[in-house]
Design a protein around this ligand. Sequence first.
Ligand SMILES: O=c1[nH]cnc2c1ncn2[C@H]1C[C@H](O)[C@@H](CO)O1
Ligand SMILES: [Zn+2]
Length: 384
Amino acid sequence: MEIKPLNSPTAEQIRRAPKALLHDHLDGGLRPGTVVDLARASGYGDLPETEPDRLGTWFREAADSGSLERYLETFTHTCAVMQTPDALFRVAAECAEDLAEDGVVYAEIRYAPEQHLEGGLTLEEVVAVVNEGFREGERLARESGRRIRVGALLTAMRHAARSLEIAELANRHRDSGVVGFDIAGAEAGYPPTRHLDAFEYLKRENNHFTIHAGEAFGLPSIWQALQWCGADRLGHGVRIVDDISVAAGGEVRLGRLAAYVRDKRVPLELCPTSNIQTGAVGSYADHPIGLLRRLHFRATVNTDNRLMSGTSMSREFERLTEAFGYSLDDLQWFTVNAMKSAFIPFDERLAMINDVIKPGYAELKSEWLFSQTATTSRSAPPES
Ligand SMILES: O=c1[nH]cnc2c1ncn2[C@H]1C[C@H](O)[C@@H](CO)O1
Ligand SMILES: [Zn+2]
């Protein structure tokens, strides 16, 4: 029988734990009620459901398709209602508020500005109003006693041809809330090298970027993202397990690419629920995160799309805790990994780790001492 660690977290502790989130899409995290309100205000009549709970269920079920392409179709509805300054402001503010409410203290939120121009906004206006929304959400969170910092990542769609333009946009806004760049969309048929000029530009500017790679497609995509494009992080990167073999006796062998990813501490933005929905992984218990954590890859836990997955950072941590018996120390490890890999300056990352994350976990880890069960005798000390 497996021994449950004494510092096994409760759901309530997980919610209170400080969390860091690197991979979350703005157009994948709207409140269902907000989608309904915005559709009504803009006259968008193609929503499949107009009652918020039913609409939330529709998004989760439609995204549960087993295919990345079908999963991505659901974004037509969210992008359709995010075409005005008011809508973008509201969605960004609510995003920051919802994350803060869930105990997230640092988040990098991505979206593709090119998908929000149908109402006549310019790329510049989209970025400015989303940034204002994030600042408003941070302020509202502060008012209700929570603390969060949100940075934006600008995404270019990999099937389109605007990546250099979006990279330049990200660079222009680097001192006003945009912390980096990304490419997203269907992976098969759209290799990251199509956007080499954008990545080379950002490198010359000493800027940061992550690339969705190794989600629906395997090792060649990860290899290109790292060795041709020079990605700082991998969006998903979960298929790196295809380059790891574990023999029946437990001996582990890393191929050249997996060894490179581990040796260079390349951050993996893992998104467990999203991977199960798109069919990249069968179940939480089968998710490669278990192996990657044991092998000390720079693994991080992320939500990807909270609306389509009906998830939150707390929920992802809960599912992983159930599947792998994780303790608060494991959750702290994932959180520190994420913060080490963030695109904000080093001194700010360090302060977040030492002054927010570690004290937060220390507080939670000490709670068992003062609970009633602490007075009963224990057979083993808490794991550290
Ligand atoms: O997991 C994903 N893989 C690839 N593309 C994605 C994923 N989640 C969202 N997207 C796409 C759909 C959105 O409209 C776009 C920008 O956020 O990014
Ligand atoms: Zn994603």
